[in-house]
Write a protein that binds this ligand. Structure first.
Ligand code: 4AZ
Length: 297
């Protein structure tokens, strides 16, 4: 989010996105621990690949949403942030993606993998934008907002959220996945048309606070390692885990900010969706209270 205003000035995206994905080169697979072992500690410029993820087949992440600025152009050029389906009528995203945007200027598509494929997924207008009442421009915490859709998304299971206040899903070292259409290259910006995913380890609150003074462990969680991270354009998208024996996935974070992408000692920062404080304080605004009721939280 500290980069969001810059993104907003970019012609192509309101906010910015991109998953830096791909781990180092396609040589090394993407989501096995082996990739890390195979990555030189100090890759030369030439072989530093950057945010290491990989492409995903259509239908892999049906709950994924893209935020598009309305217009006639190619949706790939209009995408500026990610989001996730939280309820048939609600898409969750980052506050910094939408805080300065009118609902009329926005549309969202759920279940599309290739942005330019206009017939993929379910496209919706946005009736209202509910920004977390504690989110303050220029600050980094409480970076969550909700888009109320004009009609429900059908036939798609929303993402699950962790039980608020239980931190079992953010044990440091645990493997999570982040997805998006954000930048895949830290040297030459490259925004993919097809959704990408990268596996990232959860980082401890202590390490994260050391990297980011504004980090608030009550409402944030960090993840990432050198070479694997979310990046510009991935903002608002989900960080999630698949749990053994459970259907669907559990979203533990929302892409929020970071100091660059995929650099050593600068993991990505996420809004922590299992935070009791995040959900309690959402009720401090009238719209937030209504939304909590709608979501049964
Ligand atoms: C951004 O500018 C952004 N490495 C998103 C995620 C990260 C950094 C920046 C995390 O939207």
């Amino acid at each position: 989010m500290r980069h969001s205003s810059a993104h907003r000035t970019a012609p192509r995206r309101i906010a910015s996105v991109a998953i830096a994905a791909g781990a180092v080169l396609g040589l090394v697979g993407t989501s096995t621990g082996a990739a890390d072992a195979a990555t030189p500690a100090h890759p030369s410029r030439a072989d530093r690949p950057v945010i290491g993820g990989s492409e995903k087949p259509v239908g892999s992440y049906p709950f994924m949403a893209a935020l598009l600025s309305k217009g006639r152009g190619n949706p790939h050029d209009r995408q500026f942030c990610g989001g996730s389906l939280l309820d048939s009528n609600v898409v969750m995203t980052a506050a910094h993606c939408v805080v300065d945007v009118q609902p009329k200027e926005l549309e969202t598509v759920v279940g599309r993998t290739v942005l330019s494929k206009k017939n993929q997924g379910q496209l919706r207008n946005v009736l209202d934008v509910v920004v977390h009442p504690r989110y303050a421009r220029g600050q980094e915490a409480y970076d969550v907002a909700f888009l109320l859709l004009d009609k429900p998304v059908t036939g798609t299971a929303p993402v699950n959220l962790p039980t608020a206040g239980t931190d079992a899903l953010i044990r440091p070292g645990a493997k999570a996945t982040v997805i998006g259409w954000g930048n895949t290259d830290t040297e030459i910006p490259d925004y993919p048309d097809r959704l990408r995913a990268v596996d990232v380890p959860i980082v401890s609150h202590i390490e994260c606070k050391a990297s980011y003074p504004g980090y608030d462990k009550k409402v944030n969680v960090c993840a990432g390692v050198e070479g694997k991270d979310s990046c510009q354009g991935d903002s608002g998208g989900p960080l999630f885990r698949k749990l053994p024996g459970r259907r669907g996935v559990y979203q533990i974070g929302i892409v929020s900010y970071g100091d660059g992408c995929a650099a050593q000692g600068a993991p990505g920062v996420y809004t922590y969706t299992g935070s009791a404080k995040l959900w309690d304080t959402l009720g401090e605004s009238a719209k937030g209270k209504k939304l909590k009721r709608l979501l049964g939280r």
